[in-house]
Design a protein around this ligand. Structure first.
Ligand SMILES: Nc1nc2c(ncn2[C@@H]2O[C@H](COP(=O)(O)OP(=O)(O)OP(=O)(O)O)[C@@H](O)[C@H]2O)c(=O)[nH]1
Ligand SMILES: [Mg+2]
Length: 203
């Protein structure tokens, strides 16, 4: 899958305004500062499509992007300490509505490869199981680890989150490492989403 011209669609702050589309929806989630927007820019081959920030917790909205064959949703980050109770509540309601009501074809759940997943990461995965949302894990910032450390860390993260080792992909938005792997996971989800329902049932 080759992405040539991804464009920004809209930002939404409330479930009333969730973007409606017939295209498959791919969502990107993870704690603040984990590298969601950077991953999106890497996939789009653009430096500034999704706004990245030095200050964590800036993306409070759901940002939608048109990637041609699919729509990508950049979800607001969680786990940012300096956020008021009120804002946390708003975030929770927005996310819960999104996960509950939107037909998500694949959710890419990001964790930092250098650290053990947080309690919030576990909560997110539990939500995904609860709502039966297909997901894969991406371990970001692989450039910050020595090459020999990547594989053992992927194993540790997979064990921690009780998923298969093959379900965690290492990426680096700095070097482009893992980009093709993520694109092919997205391609699989898009192909599956576009299959007529009867065809899936027959096979
Ligand atoms: N070295 C390295 N830095 C990265 C990588 N991905 C992101 N960063 C840096 O991490 C910081 C946060 O990246 P963002 O992409 O803005 O993170 P985010 O998850 O979108 O953050 P919020 O929108 O605030 O939730 C920025 O300073 C990025 O440059 C990576 O793969 N390698
Ligand atoms: Mg962001």
């Amino acid at each position: 899958m080759k992405i040539t011209n991804a464009t920004f669609i809209t930002s939404v702050a409330s479930s009333k305004n969730f973007y409606k589309t017939d295209k498959p929806i791919i969502a990107v989630a993870g704690k603040s500062n984990v590298g969601k927007s950077s991953l999106i820019n890497m996939l789009a081959n653009q430096k500034k499509l999704a706004k990245t920030s030095v200050t964590p917790g800036r993306t409070r909205l759901i940002n939608y992007f048109d990637f041609g064959e699919f729509v990508l949703a950049d979800l607001p980050g969680y786990g940012f300490a300096k956020v008021s109770k009120e804002e946390k509540k708003k975030w929770g309601e927005l996310m819960e509505e999104f996960l509950r009501t939107q037909k998500i074809d694949l959710l890419i759940s990001l964790v930092d490869i250098r650290h053990d997943p947080t309690a919030d990461d576990v909560t997110m995965i539990n939500y995904l199981y609860h709502y039966a949302i297909p997901f894969v894990l991406v371990a970001t910032k692989a450039d910050k680890l020595g090459k020999t450390k990547i594989k053992p860390r992927l194993k540790e993260i997979a064990t921690f989150l009780r998923v298969g080792v093959g379900d965690v992909t290492a990426t680096s938005s700095e070097t482009g490492f893992g980009k093709q792997e993520v694109l092919s996971l997205i391609e699989q989800a898009v192909t599956l989403s576009n299959l007529p329902q009867e065809e899936i049932e027959e096979e």
